[in-house]
Design a protein around this ligand. Sequence first.
Ligand SMILES: *[C@@H]1O[C@H](CO)[C@@H](O)[C@H](O)[C@H]1NC(C)=O
Ligand SMILES: *[C@@H]1O[C@H](CO)[C@@H](O)[C@H](O)[C@H]1NC(C)=O
Ligand SMILES: *[C@@H]1O[C@H](CO)[C@@H](O)[C@H](O)[C@H]1NC(C)=O
Ligand SMILES: *[C@@H]1O[C@H](CO)[C@@H](O)[C@H](O)[C@H]1NC(C)=O
Ligand SMILES: *[C@@H]1O[C@H](CO)[C@@H](O)[C@H](O)[C@H]1NC(C)=O
Ligand SMILES: *[C@@H]1O[C@H](CO)[C@@H](O)[C@H](O)[C@H]1NC(C)=O
Ligand SMILES: *[C@@H]1O[C@H](CO)[C@@H](O)[C@H](O)[C@H]1NC(C)=O
Ligand SMILES: *[C@@H]1O[C@H](CO)[C@@H](O)[C@H](O)[C@H]1NC(C)=O
Ligand SMILES: *[C@@H]1O[C@H](CO)[C@@H](O)[C@H](O)[C@H]1NC(C)=O
Ligand SMILES: *[C@@H]1O[C@H](CO)[C@@H](O)[C@H](O)[C@H]1NC(C)=O
Length: 871
Amino acid sequence: MVLLCGLPSFFLSFSLMFLSSFSNFIDAQVQYEEYATAAISTRWVNTVPPVRLYLYADGSLMRTILLRGIGGSSLGYVGGFYCNGNCTTYVFAICIVAVHTDSGIPARSPSPQVVWSTNRNNPVKDGATFELSPDGLVLTDVDNIVAWSTNTSGKSVVRLNLTDSGNLVLVDKDNVTVWQSHDEPTDSLVLGQKLEKGQRLMASVSETNWPVDGMITLSLNSISLIAQLETNPPQIYFKGTPDLYKEFPEILYVEFVNGSLSWFSNSTSNGIFISVPQASSTQYMKLCSDGHLRLYEFMGSGWLEVADLFEKELSSDCDYPTVCGRYGICSDGQCSCPASSGGTSYFQQVNDTKPNLGCFENVPLSCGASKNQSLLELENVTYFGLKYFSLTEDLMDISASSCKEVCAKNCSCKAAIFWYESERTSGNCYLPTQVFSLINIAQKRFSYNSTSYNSIAYLKVQNVANGAPIPPVGNHTSNRLPVILGSSLGALFAMMILIVAIVLFVQKRDENQAEEAEEAYLDQDDNQAEEAYLDHVPGMPTSFSYDDLKTITKEFSKKLGEGGFASVFKGTLRDGTKVAVKRLKNLGQVKKSFQAEVETIGSLHHMNLVTLVGFCDEKSHKLLIYEYMSNGSLDEWIFHRSSERALDWQQRKKIILDIAKGLKYLHEDCRKKILHLDIKPQNILLDGNFNAKVADFGLSKLIDKDQSQINTTVGGTPGYMALELRSAATVATAAITVKVDVYSFGVVILEILCGRKIFDRSVDEEDMYLLSLFKKKAEEERLLDIVDKSNKDMQLNGPHAVNMMRIAAWCLQGDYKKRPPMSKVIMALEGIEEVPEDLDYDFSARPSSSGAMRLDPTTTTIQPSILSGPR
Ligand SMILES: *[C@@H]1O[C@H](CO)[C@@H](O)[C@H](O)[C@H]1NC(C)=O
Ligand SMILES: *[C@@H]1O[C@H](CO)[C@@H](O)[C@H](O)[C@H]1NC(C)=O
Ligand SMILES: *[C@@H]1O[C@H](CO)[C@@H](O)[C@H](O)[C@H]1NC(C)=O
Ligand SMILES: *[C@@H]1O[C@H](CO)[C@@H](O)[C@H](O)[C@H]1NC(C)=O
Ligand SMILES: *[C@@H]1O[C@H](CO)[C@@H](O)[C@H](O)[C@H]1NC(C)=O
Ligand SMILES: *[C@@H]1O[C@H](CO)[C@@H](O)[C@H](O)[C@H]1NC(C)=O
Ligand SMILES: *[C@@H]1O[C@H](CO)[C@@H](O)[C@H](O)[C@H]1NC(C)=O
Ligand SMILES: *[C@@H]1O[C@H](CO)[C@@H](O)[C@H](O)[C@H]1NC(C)=O
Ligand SMILES: *[C@@H]1O[C@H](CO)[C@@H](O)[C@H](O)[C@H]1NC(C)=O
Ligand SMILES: *[C@@H]1O[C@H](CO)[C@@H](O)[C@H](O)[C@H]1NC(C)=O
């Protein structure tokens, strides 16, 4: 929550204030103008506070410093340090994100859509700075090396403005624009953006890895819109030319307007290059790494690809230049390498399992050895973009042998593509200097301009020096995998899942809307439910065999923990996912309905609950497989003795809020109310980004209660057990309500803030029990004494920790009816709900009525049992 309170850092001086106060954003309607502009000289540092930090479901992270709403929509442009997946390096990016319309605060889902970035080839690290000075913008890495700048020195910049069309503009004192990001587009165009002559979009090398500029571009020449590979000379694979090209004046720019990508000329005439579906909400188009120009639109709750804009011209995937990589032959949705000839195999797949990555030559071409080169003939094979290629006279109407000859003589020629109507004695010749994907047209011929052609590709290959044939390396032609087909089926399947997820999400959202309006709390994490839906498509946990688990855990070799109730082992699934495998002991107690209960637990999905991935239910083997949490359990982080491992204030606040959200979901949001009954730091796990997740929920349902153990096992672990459980004689008489968990949660808050265990035998007896100490210090008004001050940040934030202790006290009230439900706890943590004044710090005080001994109307039928166990 604090992260979200962290305002853009040009409010640096206020940041400390925001770090701590549970600022209430309800009436802090964001003034976009204020967040979207900055004056000289402002400097932003790529670090957690004070910039806003968002981690999205797709693993990307946006440290936001600029924000501008898109008029009339629930979206906004944000500018900031962005990273995806591997967050060791960042680019400065402008993204489209959803915003909460009431507060203007960016929402956490869907994930940000990057529409512009500065330094794709040159990412910066944590601690890099982005600075606005009279000389313009400069992005400097931690090592003081300039990663990017606007090149506007001497232009006397006074202000920066992120406009409502996502344009980052620098102006001078006369409001004259001296630089704008729209003049240096990356791979995307947003509605209203122009692409002028001399500018170009450049696709990233890949969509998944860190985006690095590739070689596919989209640009404008005087009469056409051209997509090409930046080889020398370029290889065009798409060309859009207006119908009237003979008469019309010079095109100056194209503009993405509602409904088309249109051209505008130096006279009044203009027209359409590519029709685009009408925008029903925000759209952007992106030149993707595979060469497609795709149109995305925000629909309800997520982004959908609504059109593939080259589709009309390029009807088959084989028409794209990199679909099968270099030298790969695309054939009805399959990729393969050129076949061997006369027992000699000239090409090999780059990766045997991935034919679409292309092929490489067994012996690289060498100009010095051109005598020993030959041209490998591939009948019925053609090349992309031939219809856009402007033939010169010497390559028109020639024979196949002349075409070959020209290529053989020219060192830079790597292939001769010959296409002809009927006879090989008369056709056209194209000589690429680099060979990308080829197209197999067997049986079909290809046609354009109403003429049907046949085609032959001659690939230049190098023979070994002594002329000996190269032994064939495997049979690559038989290796044709249905890659494209597979991937499009995969895409279809993914699409179906996405649609299901969206439908479920929309339903869920509708259900929740009224409730949410009532609660009206603002939070970046309001969207956690959305995120959970996007994260995990609801499904049942997988059933594993015991033999599978032996493999997964390498014969249970790496033990993570051990408790009275289960042992936990580390494992790795076949796809590389790490898991924690929990093997239950005392099988006599495990319920007959084990599997049914496991499915109930497994159907719970929330970002603050540890996901149950699977289970094993074979006679004497009962195991549960959970997602693996790389930072272990909370106790390892808060009961430390060294300051390097000490969590800072931000992390502690976030963890407390995360636990609260996990518990709220169990108590209030899922169909079956679930009591955890064993909340303690050992059962709170932390992922690689210190997101806290509640573990071991629902276990009470797996284990039969054992009457003989009632007194010792009710409510789990001593110290975390609420009074009403401690004082109850039997399970039947105890008031087991959700407030049992609220109490345990109060203990955990205190432990986190004080950095010590509830029972600490290393201190004086009088201070050994944290709650007694808490009471004493509260009475003396010296609560600051007990705040964990093991690092500087906690020392600075001591007063805020003391403030939060009041929430802990509220949760710890002896009378369980006075404890707040988790939804109120969350509101209190966010500063929206006031903590009552009349708190009782005598946490062992009996409630006024003998409520603890009666069954409360909200009591569930769940019976607690032995719950303590390792994570
Ligand atoms: C993360 O990115 C850095 C730099 O790009 C790279 O060196 C490192 O190997 C990457 N790590 C992972 C796990 O991908
Ligand atoms: C940008 O800087 C380079 C060298 O620093 C210079 O050659 C170039 O003219 C500059 N461009 C503009 C638009 O100022
Ligand atoms: C920033 O741009 C918006 C248009 O998006 C404009 O209305 C506003 O006046 C500009 N602000 C400044 C300070 O230039
Ligand atoms: C420049 O624009 C800003 C915001 O639109 C305005 O407040 C200011 O008066 C303008 N300055 C000049 C010199 O026009
Ligand atoms: C527009 O450009 C064309 C081609 O360069 C030129 O012939 C024509 O005179 C120009 N028209 C105007 C109005 O500038
Ligand atoms: C685009 O045009 C259509 C049809 O005129 C209109 O309904 C829609 O609202 C427009 N979209 C935007 C984003 O302006
Ligand atoms: C081929 O691709 C697979 C799957 O991505 C990968 O595991 C393997 O390492 C790759 N092989 C080579 C030789 O790059
Ligand atoms: C070409 O091959 C012949 C044998 O076929 C060999 O004698 C000659 O050295 C090779 N030339 C080059 C440049 O490798
Ligand atoms: C090429 O296509 C023609 C028909 O267009 C067919 O007769 C011929 O067998 C094909 N050649 C190969 C090698 O597939
Ligand atoms: C297409 O056909 C027309 C008329 O048939 C001809 O004038 C034009 O040159 C042809 N274009 C190409 C690229 O062959």
